[in-house]
Design a protein around this ligand. Structure first.
Ligand code: HEM
Length: 548
């Protein structure tokens, strides 16, 4: 998933403020405007009646009328959101109960999961973070909310559709989702994705470590691993979903990533105020003109890639995600994806499968730099499993049985710095449900915060510490039930096996070939986040030296 906060979000907010400032004060100051409207209303009502009286007083005293309007709206908000709201018993900051702007601000701050953590500390297991939104910090709520599709995805996800065509990630309709998942699931099994290993290794992992050998190793050059993993993840997904690498590892640039990036402001605004999803995208140009036009370019790129693949007919024999999307058939109905659906699915893979994997790898490198003892043990393990530094080693050879510490390091990194730390929003079904002992009315948006589950000391002793060995202990199976970086249930990550393959191959080959240390060890790399987390500042700079 592409990260959708940061500078673009700020730009969206300032566009919004500019628009507000440009329109509102002028119209309010311009009393002629108010007069025209009130005269018009006055002309519609019969003379001498109560309504006419009201219209006349609005016309005569527009400022007082406006004040009364504001007071009436405030009274409505207080009554509807605080006093009579079915969520009135759930604690939370008063401003959050009154307006979704509280959530917008939380997202804009890039500290959403931290703020929510603090709110839970202050208010307890259930916190109202929006007029109709409740965050839950209780492991017992996980199964209830996420293990079935009774709690559908909230409108937040409509933001991730392209040209109105929903995809496996964005759809909020359980029936449609079941159909797509049924079509795709078999192809994502461990045995089926083995056909993709060659692309992941050749276009991604080996291309990257070879570049490091040539350009950076043993030189006093800072290598920003955040960017490098990002290039690799994009080249791999380009290869798998569009049949062509973006060439970022070599060139460091492709307009595709820019198109995706400038769309962030639009995504941030639409996800906070889902009502915007009901407008055609072109009408939202005022939020981000570039965002709107670049999302069009994204779609065009995907269309061209599909047209190119189709023009090759049977001449091409590739087992990639594109082939999967083109050839998958619903086992129940025999249906295939339509052309628009194929394109929408490929774009969903980019959104869901790039920054998630690359940020996981960046976090892992950072944690290993901070724990040189674990890095040394991992190198020892990999020297044994990968005796030839320059040879490509298969995913099978790097399995848990042969390289248990490699697996444990990734498990622990995904726990400590999970890349989707905030709750995944779902809607409580009609009639309401009791969740972890608390009745929550139907229609409420709820989520369980994975970060808080991963930091629950009753599940993970000493949760703040990076301890890969916990995954090699007898308690590992029990802990694994609450290790949820890929979520759980029918909407959990369908690309989990691909993500594991990519992260395992990349980490193993990198750690086997290079010693690395932070270029600025004094600098703490924090996490910024809105939905997806990323390092903040967006860097993890290291010096590389060649290992024999
Ligand atoms: C470390 C890497 C990854 C992590 C941590 C991760 C995590 C997640 C999570 C938590 C969800 C659930 C989102 C929600 O309910 O809102 C999800 C869904 C999804 N992910 Fe991943 N993901 C990763 C990599 C990938 C990759 C590589 C792909 C594809 C190639 C992918 C494709 C998808 C798709 C298509 C969905 C939607 C599934 C559905 O709703 O049925 N992910 N992922």
């Amino acid at each position: 998933m592409r990260s959708i906060y940061g500078p673009s979000f700020n730009r969206a907010i300032s566009h919004y403020k500019r628009l507000h400032n440009a329109v509102l004060p002028t119209s309010v100051r311009n009393m002629q405007y108010v007069n025209d409207i009130t005269s018009y209303i006055g002309s519609l009502v019969p003379e001498g009646g109560a309504i006419e009286q009201v219209a006349k007083s609005i016309k005569d005293h527009p400022l007082q009328a406006a004040s009364i309007g504001v007071i009436a709206y405030a009274t409505y908000l207080i009554g509807d959101h605080l006093i009579w709201s079915p969520l009135r018993n759930i604690p939370g900051p008063t401003v959050a109960k009154l307006s979704r702007f509280y959530m917008a601000n939380m997202r804009k701050s890039g500290k959403e999961y931290k703020i929510i953590e603090d709110l839970h500390r202050q208010y307890g297991r259930f916190v109202r973070i929006g007029p109709n939104t409740v965050s839950i910090s209780d492991r017992n709520a996980l199964k209830e909310i996420y293990s079935t599709q009774h709690y559908r995805k909230s409108d937040f996800y409509n933001t991730f559709t392209f040209k109105g065509a929903p995809n496996i990630f964005s759809t909020t309709d359980p029936a449609y989702h079941n159909k797509i998942r049924r079509i795709m699931s078999p192809s994502f099994s461990v045995s089926n994705i083995s056909g993709m290993e060659g692309y992941i290794l050749d276009s991604g992992v080996i291309a990257l470590v070879d570049k490091f050998d040539k350009e950076f190793a043993d030189k006093p050059v800072e290598v920003n691993m955040y960017e490098e993993w990002h290039y690799m993840a994009f080249d791999i997904i380009g290869e798998l979903a569009f049949g062509q690498s973006f060439g970022l590892i070599q060139k460091g640039y492709h307009p595709f990533t820019k198109w995706l990036g400038t769309g962030r402001a639009l995504v941030a605004a639409k996800s906070t105020f889902p009502i915007l999803n009901h407008f055609p995208e072109w009408s939202l140009f005022w939020i981000s003109p570039k965002g709107v036009s670049n999302r069009r370019k994204l779609f065009k790129f995907a269309e061209d890639a599909y047209a190119a693949r189709r023009s090759l007919g049977d001449k091409i024999d590739r087992r990639d995600l594109m082939a999967l999307v083109i050839s998958s058939v619903d086992p129940e109905t025999g249906e295939r994806f339509t052309y628009e659906e194929q394109i929408a699915e490929s774009l969903a893979f980019v959104i869901a499968g790039t920054d998630t994997t690359s940020n996981t790898l960046t976090n892992t490198i950072y944690l290993l730099c901070e724990h040189p003892d674990i890095l040394a043990r991992l190198q020892e393990e990999l020297d044994r499993v990968m005796p030839d530094r320059n040879a490509a080693t298969s995913y099978k050879q790097l399995g848990k049985e042969n390289a248990p510490l490699l697996w444990a390091v990734l498990m622990e990194s995904m726990r400590v710095r999970t890349v989707l730390p905030s709750g995944l929003p779902r809607i409580v079904p009609k009639g309401g449900r009791v969740i972890a002992g608390q009745f929550i009315p139907g229609g409420t948006e709820v989520s369980v915060n994975p970060h808080l589950i991963h930091y629950d000391p009753d599940i993970f002793p000493e949760p703040e510490k990076f301890l890969p060995d916990r995954w090699l202990s007898e308690e590992a199976n029990e802990m694994a039930k609450f290790h949820i970086p890929f979520s759980i249930g029918p909407r959990m990550c369908i690309g989990k096996n691909i993500a594991w393959m990519e992260a395992t191959l990349a980490l193993a080959h990198f750690v086997r070939r290079f010693d690395f240390k932070l270029a600025h060890p004094e600098k703490h790399i924090d996490i910024a986040h809105f939905f997806l987390s990323r390092p903040n500042p967006p860097e993890c700079n290291v010096f590389l030296t060649t290992r024999p």
